[in-house]
Design a protein around this ligand. Structure first.
Ligand SMILES: [Zn+2]
Length: 290
């Protein structure tokens, strides 16, 4: 092989390109089209942790990222394909009738260990709120201690759209993402659900014992509960520099836009992002310093 050919191959490898100079990662527009067509999970088994797979033609022969010749596969099925144990014909058949479109959801079993899970909602630690959090009498989140069958804590959650239909739920540690959502994107440990180009749910799982709810809005009989990121004044900065205007920082916040508190906490106590302890005692709210 000539020096020029060797240099060209080294350049292709260093930039993670195939022989036609095509990058491994497709554009966001192509990825979204594939996700929506496949129902947000592996087309064979419905697993929600997926990669974008070229099946017609295979990646080594592809000159562009054509969404028609690409699909979603989980790690196990992608490995079977690369080892020649899963045919391109089987993948093409599954792509025409994806698993998630047939059953209505994609799924992922959350790795929750033997320790009581830490639950963060809007930046507030609500771990001490007992075993259940309700909004207007409907259970949003509950966790149960290990039972005789397993040594793991069991977490269940339910997140609904404005029309009341379920967009995502966790049933005893199994995350279930409904395929009729507009878009669901999974990056590292974060799951985001979007509607009309706006993120309506953002969840982060931190195995083995933490769940972060960073963005969500639930409409209630009395108003709505809003969890999201807002610009707020940095109180610590203001105290350290009283002569300067307060610095604005992005904080994940929990806001209750209700005439009455639609939340009911069992054994209620949580710590706000600024460290303030908030207690709900007999329906009244009490504040305490840490
Ligand atoms: Zn699979």
């Amino acid at each position: 092989m000539s020096l020029r050919s060797r240099r060209k191959r080294a350049l292709i490898r260093s930039k993670n390109l195939n022989g036609h100079g095509l990058q491994r990662k497709p554009s966001e527009v192509v990825r979204k089209e594939i996700r929506q067509r496949c129902g947000f999970g592996c087309v064979i088994c419905g697993a929600a942790i997926v990669t974008y797979e070229h099946f017609d033609p295979p990646y080594c022969d592809a000159q562009c990222h054509d969404p028609k010749g690409m699909t979603l596969l989980c790690g196990a099925h992608q490995l079977e394909t690369s080892k020649g144990l899963l045919s391109k014909q089987t993948i093409a058949e599954a792509d025409r009738a994806p698993f998630c479109k047939r059953v209505g959801y994609a799924k992922h079993l959350f790795d929750l260990g033997g320790k009581k899970p830490k639950i963060m909602i809007g930046g507030a630690d609500v771990t001490e709120c007992g075993h259940r959090i309700e909004i207007d009498g409907e259970t949003m989140l509950q966790f149960l201690p290990p039972d005789l069958r397993s040594s793991r804590w069991r977490l269940s959650c339910r997140f609904v759209k404005q029309n009341g239909s379920i967009m995502c739920k966790i049933v005893e540690n199994e995350l279930v993402l409904m395929s009729d959502n507009v878009d669901i994107e999974q990056q590292a440990a974060r799951f985001s659900i979007s509607s009309d180009n706006e993120t309506i749910l953002e969840l982060e799982l931190h195995p083995p014992d933490a769940l972060l709810l960073k963005k969500y809005c639930q409409f209630t009989k009395n108003g709505r509960v809003v969890i999201g990121t807002e610009k707020i004044a940095d109180i610590c900065h203001s105290m350290d520099h009283p002569d300067q205007p307060p610095k604005m920082i992005n904080e994940t916040t929990l806001r209750l836009e209700t005439g009455t508190s639609g939340w009911s906490f069992i054994a209620s106590r949580f710590v706000s992002p600024t460290g303030l302890i908030i207690k709900f005692v007999n329906g009244a709210i009490q504040f305490a310093s840490p």
